[in-house]
Structures are given as C-alpha cells and as structure tokens.
Design a protein around this ligand. Structure first.
Ligand code: GDD
Ligand code: GTP
Length: 440
C-alpha cells in the first residue's frame, strides 16, 4: 500500500502570505478553486491510485477550527481514510519535522511508499507514473521536477541531474543560478530510509541542544527548534549525489503552478475547470454555443468552462466565462460580464458591472456599471521555461506589480467606479476609482 501526506502548514505560515487579504478569513488550503477547497483537489487526486489507503494532512491549525471541521466533513466520502494530524508546536515542525513526529502513524500498515504533497501546488499529479518510476529504482526516492525560467528558479529548490535522472546536486532557493529544473513540490519517498535519515538529523540536533543547555546559554526557543527539520535542506540536499534520489520530470505540456497568491488561484482554476470538462462535464454550466437556439434565452450566456453553485442567481442577460467560478448565494444582475475570475459566496454583482481577472471576496458588492479588472497572471508564452510568477507583489522600486484584482471579504464598490489592478482589504466601502494600489 501507499500513503499520501499533504503538508498544509498553519496559520503562522499565512502571516507573510501574499494570499492576503483572503487568507485573513480562511486557511489557504481551504480557499475554493473551481468550487472546491484547494486541498480537496489534492485529496481527490489520490483516487487515481487504488493502492493509497490513507491520506494524512499534517499541519498546525487548531483542532476544532474550520480546517479540522472540513476534514471531519469528508469522513466516509472516499475509499481511503482521511485524517488530520496537528503538530504540537504552533510554529510548525518544518516540512520534515512534522513527518518525523508522526512517523508511527505513517509507518503503521507498512506502506511501500509515501507520497508527500506541498499543499500549494496545482498540477495534473502524475501519481501512477511516479509509482512506476519509483518501483523501477529500488530503495530510492523520487521528486517530481519541472522547469521554470532563470529568474523564477531562485524561489524554488533547484536540481542538477545526470542522464540517468539521479540527483547530483540539490540547492534550496539558491541566490545564484543553479538550474532550470526545480522541485515541483510532490515526492514519493521510501519510508524506512527517509525516517532513518531524519532520525540521525534529529539525534545530532538533540545532542547539540543538550550541550547548549549544559552551558546554560540556550533559550527555550532553541530547545523547541531541535524538532524543526526541513525536508528540503536536511534531507534532499543531504542525500543528493548518493544515488538514492531521482527526479521524474513533468513534461512541459502538463500544467503546473504554485499557488502562493490569489492571482495564481485564477490560473489554477483554469486547469481544475478543465479537468471537470474531461471527467465530470455535468458539473459545468452548458456552453451557450452547444445549446439549441430555442434554449439560448433560458439561461445566461456561457463561454468556456464555468462552474456555478446551485444556489447562485444569475440573470439570463449576464455573460460568464471562460474560467469563472461562482460561489453559493451569489447574485448576478442583468448585463453583467465576468471572465477569468472567482466570485466567492454571497457576493453581489449589480447591473452591467464587469469583473475581469479578479477574485471577488465573500459578501462583496460591486455597484451597477462598475468595473473590477486585474491583469492575467499567465506565464510568458514566448519563454519556453516560464511558469506563472508566484513570488512577489512589488517590484524592486516598491510598485505594485500587475496582477489580479483582489477584493477582501465584505468590500463594497459604489456604482460607476473602476478598480484596476488593486488589492482591497476586507470591509472597505469604496466610492472612488482606484488603480494600481493596495487599499488599506
Ligand atoms: N505541516 C507543516 N509544518 N507544513 C509545513 C511547515 C511546517 O512546519 N512549513 C511549511 N509547510 C508546508 C507549506 O504549507 C507548504 O505546503 C509546504 O510545506 C512547503 O512550503 P514552504 O516551506 O513555504 O516552501 P515553498 O513553498 O517556498 O517551496 C517549496 O515548494 C516548492 C515547489 O512549489 C519547496 O519544497 C521548494 O523546494 C519547491 O520548489
Ligand atoms: P478579447 O479580444 O477576447 O481580448 O476581448 P476584448 O478585447 O474585448 O477584451 P477585454 O478583456 O477588454 O474584455 C473581455 C470581455 O469583457 C469582452 O467580451 C468584453 O465584451 C467584455 N467587457 C469588457 N468591458 C466591459 C464592460 O465594461 N462591461 C461589460 N458588460 N462587458 C465588458
């Protein structure tokens, strides 16, 4: 059997998150893309592999919180078990420390391999290909790799391989250029070897800590820090070159994106809506061009892949799509145009308003004839290595980079105004036009 572990981090990982302001109201793993929480897409990808018997989410969100409740709501829904394991340290134990702490739970039932997912990546998860690759290299570990351009590579784990796909060098977020080939944030690890390596890292840390304490110069922080272990620094970088670590490269025509910003979520939603089109077309609204002429005045005009919650009310003269998700209880009035956007639960788009490349937060209100517009976050089509930018909000001069427009929860925009490339914090009432600004 195999296990899947999703590293979901915690509230503290969201403070610096450029997913703000939406992450103020909801843990990032629960952010809805194509109508489903980000992490649910990853859980459902595990349905591809029958041998996966359990999916464990490791993080530091409190028990009883929205995240925990969400996991509870999934019980019995899938052929595998889904459980949430909470790290005792609210600061997190690091990407390897959490795995190590819960090793008994992971090793129970003696899995042949463990998939590890960073929760903020979206791709078409080639899990079966990874198993085939893994089975062909006994006693080794597999990283899913992809390529990015040189500038983007500094934000990722960079990998140098030999022709047999063995990892020669691994450098996490290097300052100088190492390679276009990066860690895509999905692994298939050999449990026994992984845990024995991490045990030795842990033991060395513990020994140092005891020395510090005996010298009387350690703080409590240092003591708790001994369990903070990084999968990337303490494992991948250490075993690179040892003939046990391989890369399976995701081909360039396959979708991959990290989802660090709400703008990336719009890009990722294009992919997830497309997967509905392929596997569950009934989840999408029928395209106007596919329905008979006589039916066409029965619903709004739909172009491309559009997902609409059953409780949303959309006027028949509205035009939605491509790549649009409309949440529960949303109201969309006559003449509205929405394209490449995510509209979250309870929002209201008044008559003839227009929303392009934007995320409209929960219970927002966009006034009549107003326009909310962001910029596409697509990778540069002329750059053969580019993936979408997922890194910074500002350029080196402190200017807001062009990106999607994001309205935090409960924002209201007066009629006949325009928001272009703006990020608006929750509960603002805007009665003017703004461009290229963060509105606090
Ligand atoms: N449980 C737990 N505990 N999860 C954590 C912790 C922790 O202490 N710290 C981070 N995570 C989770 C995050 O929620 C995320 O899903 C994942 O681990 C990696 O997050 P980061 O450590 O912030 O790294 P990153 O996203 O900047 O880069 C990682 O992903 C890239 C691919 O998207 C690295 O693995 C890179 O090497 C990789 O290229
Ligand atoms: P492309 O040729 O596909 O790029 O379309 P475009 O040049 O019209 O691009 P743009 O991104 O400006 O508009 C996207 C869609 O939104 C188009 O279908 C427009 O008809 C529609 N649209 C643009 N502005 C408004 C507006 O202010 N109100 C309404 N209702 N629709 C708009």
């Amino acid at each position: 059997s195999y296990k899947a572990i999703i590293l979901i981090g915690g509230q503290q990982h969201q403070h610096g998150s450029i997913f703000r302001p939406l992450s103020l109201d909801l843990p990032t793993p629960l952010f809805p893309v194509a109508g489903r929480p980000l992490v649910q897409h990853q859980i459902e990808v595990c349905l591809k592999v029958q041998a996966i018997t359990e999916v464990l989410l490791i993080g530091c969100y409190n028990r009883g919180d929205t995240l925990d409740q969400f996991i509870t709501s999934l019980q019995g829904k899938y052929p595998f078990k889904v459980r949430y394991l909470q790290e005792y340290n609210p600061m997190g134990l690091g990407t390897g420390g959490g795995l190590y702490h819960f090793r008994d739970q992971i090793l129970a039932t003696d899995p042949r391999g463990m998939f590890v997912f960073n929760c903020d990546v979206c791709c078409d998860f080639p899990l079966r290909d990874m198993i085939e690759f893994y089975e062909s290299k006994p006693n080794s570990h597999v990283i899913l790799g992809t390529t990015v351009n040189e500038k983007q590579s500094h934000h990722y784990g960079c990998i140098v391989t030999d022709p047999s796909h063995q990892v020669r060098h691994y450098v996490e977020k290097p300052e100088t250029f190492v390679s276009n080939l990066i860690n895509a944030g999905i692994y298939l690890l050999s449990p026994a070897d992984f845990f024995s390596h991490i045990r030795s890292v842990y033991n060395i840390r513990a020994m140092h800590t005891i020395e510090y304490m005996n010298n009387g110069d350690s703080t409590m922080d240092e003591v708790t820090h001994v369990e903070s272990i990084s999968l990337e620094h303490d494992f991948l970088a250490k075993i690179a070159g040892s003939a046990r670590l391989y890369v399976m490269e995701l081909s360039r025509d396959r979708f991959w994106s990290q989802i660090k910003t709400a703008g990336c979520a719009i890009y990722a939603s294009r992919f997830y809506l497309y997967t509905y089109r392929v596997s569950y077309p009934e989840m999408l609204s029928p395209n106007s061009s596919d329905t008979l002429q006589s039916d066409s005045n029965m619903g709004p005009c739909i172009t491309g892949n559009v997902w609409i919650h059953s409780s949303a009310k959309v006027d028949t003269s509205a035009h939605l799509g491509p790549n649009v998700s409309i949440g529960a209880n949303v109201v969309i009035a006559s003449g509205v145009r929405v394209r490449e956007s995510i509209v979250l639960d309870g929002a209201r788009l008044e008559r003839h308003s227009c929303v392009l490349y934007s995320v409209v937060g929960w219970n927002c209100r966009v006034g009549a004839w107003s326009r909310v517009e962001g910029m596409p976050n697509d990778p540069d089509a002329d750059d053969p290595h580019a993936r979408p930018n997922a890194d910074a909000l500002f350029d080196s001069e402190g200017r807001l980079l062009p990106s999607s427009t994001i309205l935090g929860q409960g924002v209201s925009l007066a009629p006949e105004k325009m928001l272009l490339n703006c990020i608006v914090l929750p509960h603002k009432s805007l009665s003017a036009t703004y461009k290229h600004q963060i509105i606090l």
